[in-house]
Design a protein around this ligand. Structure first.
Ligand SMILES: C[S@@+](CC[C@H](N)C(=O)[O-])C[C@H]1O[C@@H](n2cnc3c(N)ncnc32)[C@H](O)[C@@H]1O
Length: 181
């Protein structure tokens, strides 16, 4: 609540994602996959917890969070995860030298709609450079449409049904690189 009052655009939402939404986000990540799973904007870690409950080993998690306070909290809560304090919108630079192999998934908790379209598209392009070919970039939104514009898409997408049990109701989108034959 205090973080939101101080930095509303960085936080986006006043409350952490609920369990149903967190589980719906985590469900897009294949527990049989290999390699790091990146979470950007984990906040206090509700989605991180859901990823672990889904079967993603804590050691595979790379959490990129801007807030120093949240990073301290995440280090206490998830001592085996790699916590990187930095700017997720400069993802390639922030993760320079961090990933041992390409990532199996990126889960994004950033309030993307507070940023202009080109910044959102650039983030997705950076994400695809860091991930395996079929890896999902998973994003939730309270908005009615895709937070990444779908016109001229260089990706495929899937969306969950609206999750009415979350307050406010949300939808989860997963984007994947369009693979050339
Ligand atoms: C809407 S909260 C989501 C928190 C959590 N994932 C959840 O679902 O409850 C957004 C989070 O993104 C973080 N954040 C905002 N801008 C960021 C940036 N440029 N780089 C890294 N983290 C950022 C905020 O500090 C906050 O923890």
């Amino acid at each position: 609540m205090r973080s939101w009052a101080e930095k509303p655009l960085q936080m986006g939402s006043v409350t952490p994602s609920g369990r149903v939404l967190s589980r719906a986000i985590a469900n897009f990540v294949d527990p049989q996959s290999h390699g790091p799973v990146i979470e950007i904007g984990p906040g206090t870690g509700p989605v991180t917890q859901a990823l672990i409950e889904r079967g993603i080993a804590e050691e595979r998690l790379v959490l990129v969070e801007y807030s120093v306070e949240f990073c301290d909290l995440l280090r206490r809560r998830f001592p085996k995860a790699r916590i990187i304090q930095g700017d997720a919108y400069a993802l390639a630079k922030t993760l320079e030298g961090v990933l041992p192999t390409k990532a199996a998934a990126i889960v994004c908790g950033l309030p993307l709609l507070t940023k202009p379209e080109p910044v959102r598209i650039d983030l997705l392009a950076q994400a695809f450079m860091l991930t395996q070919p079929n890896a999902p970039f998973v994003q939730f939104t309270y908005g009615l449409i895709s937070p990444i514009p779908l016109r001229k898409a260089f990706f495929t997408w899937k969306a969950s049904p609206r999750i009415w049990l979350n307050v406010p109701p949300a939808r989860v989108w997963a984007y994947r690189q369009l693979l050339k034959n």
